[in-house]
Design a protein around this ligand. Structure first.
Ligand code: GLC
Length: 568
């Protein structure tokens, strides 16, 4: 199969000006509050990132995606934004941001900012104004306010549930002190949904896109891109009419859900694209859209956001047939939409893949959430976990991913082989998922624990003042200093693979080669670069070719199980 989209050469100084730099970029996600703490307050910050630019450069990534760094009370890890055009004072200043951006650019690294348009925080001036203003006022029209049902309006306008659990509506107290209207929040109650049928909201976000683009941001990751437009025609449908669930669009393939993946949402992104194209090179975007696979390409259209996350591999088992089907289908979709595909195994919302793959098969499925909750994952049960196998498979999967056409999204800490932290005490948990589900889902804190930079010392080199989520004693083994320069370490493995990828990657083509083994995937890229993954347990003979790198030790010309090798 072949994908003949535009060639992208992602090397050297071409990168800065190349309008296609994103098509095959390796993008490293930084969750800023857990990356590096420069001032010892236990929370990672912008200056901490700037200090680690040499590390990022050595790693060999093309871009950084920065999760929200805006002022926030952290009701949802920063995805509750108080002000879209500022930096959280706990993380630094706009001047610090500019300094970080300049340092990244000087190192040849692009910067992608996370933008959160579906909801603001309840501390945003707009929401505060809405609370202080009467029913029907312009201020209320920026959000989704409705009267409740029942004699005294005491019943929520519908029985919709928040993705984090509990009702999707919260009642307010009116300025005169009486119980009042309800507002909609698909996520936490501190994240009121904005009303995207209001022109003022649309214009304000265009202003925000220009604000960051003018400051040198190269692209945007669009949070829950599929939720912005809503059909709130009365009577509101009940959960039963929505198929018993209101927390996902996976089952809807026709845009008929009242708030997920509606067709009108794309009108917004056409306007955004016009703004992106005001810049040279044009700003890029990637949609986070958990939609029916048949509708994902719309988000990735060149007239819209240009790229959309594909979470298929993330949700798959470590199995050759599943991987092959997913890769084939997604490359075909990318060709059709004109986008390039995206690949990802780990991010700030899911159990780290080194842990998922250490769970009994079906561990991938487990990643879907035991109760079918889509992306909100239950934590990994320690008793079933095979840490060594998990890491081995994670490295094999990553090396395969890095050989695929399209862009690869990496999550901070995976280059250290970090495992999920499964045993954070309840009292120290932060994720609203945990609280709103009364602990049924342990939430996403386990992949957000601050990184270990050193084998010992206060918070393993994260900073001088502890870590805002507790780091387990075993974190030291995974520290950067323990792996730097150590042959065979996961860090050195990532560095080598990323460097080779840059050198080898040219056009966006992939050709499958048949191996005669059901559990082995073998493909070739332009220029003779090949990747072979043995998903099974027994070693198989290596195909001919010079070995460039491998995810684990080889046994002469034998490729052991759970291992990937690159050949030429
Ligand atoms: C996205 C983010 C997630 C956040 C949610 C609400 O899915 O990745 O972390 O909780 O949106 O903003």
């Amino acid at each position: 199969m072949s994908n003949t989209a535009t060639l992208a050469t992602l090397s050297g100084s071409d990168l800065a000006a190349d309008p296609n730099w994103w098509r095959q970029a390796a993008v490293y996600q930084i969750y800023p509050r857990s990356f590096s703490d420069s001032n010892g307050d236990g929370l990672g910050d912008i200056k901490g990132i700037t200090a680690k630019v040499p590390y990022l450069k050595d790693l060999g990534i093309d871009a950084v995606w920065l999760s929200p760094f805006y002022p926030s009370a952290l009701a949802d890890g920063g995805y509750d934004v108080d002000d879209y055009r500022d930096v959280d004072p706990k993380l630094g200043t706009l001047a610090d941001f500019d300094e970080m951006s300049a340092a990244l650019h000087a190192a040849g690294i692009k910067l992608i900012a996370d933008i959160v348009p579906n909801h603001s925080s309840d501390r945003h001036v707009w929401f505060q104004e809405a609370l202080a203003s009467p029913r029907g006022s312009d201020a209320r029209e920026r959000y989704i306010f409705r009267d409740g049902k029942g004699e005294h309006g005491e019943i929520p306008p519908s029985d919709w549930e928040s993705v984090f659990g509990g009702p999707a509506w919260e009642r307010i107290t009116e300025p005169d002190g009486t119980p009042g209207q309800w507002y909609m929040h698909i996520f936490a109650k501190e994240q009121p949904d904005l009303n995207w049928s209001n022109r003022e909201i649309r214009d304000d976000f265009l202003k925000t896109l220009r604000f960051w683009s003018d400051r040198g941001v190269d692209g945007f990751r669009v949070d829950v891109a599929h939720a912005l437009t809503k059909d709130l025609t009365e009577p509101l449908l009940s959960r039963l009419e929505l198929g018993g669930t209101s927390d996902g669009a996976d089952g809807f393939d026709d845009g008929s859900h009242p708030f997920w993946d509606r067709d009108e949402v794309h009108e917004i992104y056409v306007e955004w694209r016009e703004v992106f194209n005001e810049y040279t090179p044009p700003r890029t975007a990637v949609a986070e859209a958990w939609v029916h696979a048949s509708r994902r390409a719309r988000y990735a259209s060149p007239a819209g956001l240009g790229q959309a996350f594909n979470f298929d591999l993330l949700q798959a088992d470590f199995a050759a047939d599943e991987f092959r089907e997913i890769i084939t289908r997604n490359l075909a979709e990318a060709t059709e939409s004109g986008a390039s595909s995206t690949w990802v195994f780990s991010n700030h919302d899911v159990v780290r893949h080194a842990t998922r793959y250490g769970l009994p098969q079906g561990g991938g499925r487990h990643a879907k959430g035991q109760d079918g909750k889509g992306w909100l994952l239950a934590g990994a049960p320690a008793e079933d976990l095979d840490v060594e196998l998990g890491l081995r498979r994670a490295r094999a999967a990553t090396l395969l991913m890095l050989a695929l056409p399209g862009s690869a999204y990496l999550y901070q800490g995976e280059e250290l082989g970090l495992q999920e932290v499964g045993d954070i005490p309840d009292a120290e948990r932060q994720d609203p998922t945990f609280f709103r589900n009364k602990g049924v889902e342990i939430g996403r804190d386990g992949c957000r624990v601050p990184l270990p930079w050193a084998t010992d010392g206060t918070s393993f080199g994260f900073g001088d003042g502890g870590a805002h989520l507790p780091q387990p004693a075993w974190f030291g083994r995974y520290a950067v200093t323990a792996q730097d320069g150590t042959e065979g370490s996961t860090l050195e493995f990532y560095r080598k693979a990323l460097k080779l990828r840059r050198e080898l990657q040219t056009s966006e083509e992939l050709e499958w080669l048949e191996t005669g083994h059901a559990g082995v995937l073998h493909f070739r890229r332009h220029g003779g670069w090949q990747s072979v993954t043995n998903f099974g347990h027994d070693a198989v003979e290596l195909p001919a070719g010079e070995v460039l790198t491998s995810s684990g030790p080889l046994d002469g010309r034998l490729l052991p199980g759970n291992t990937t090798v690159w050949l030429r």
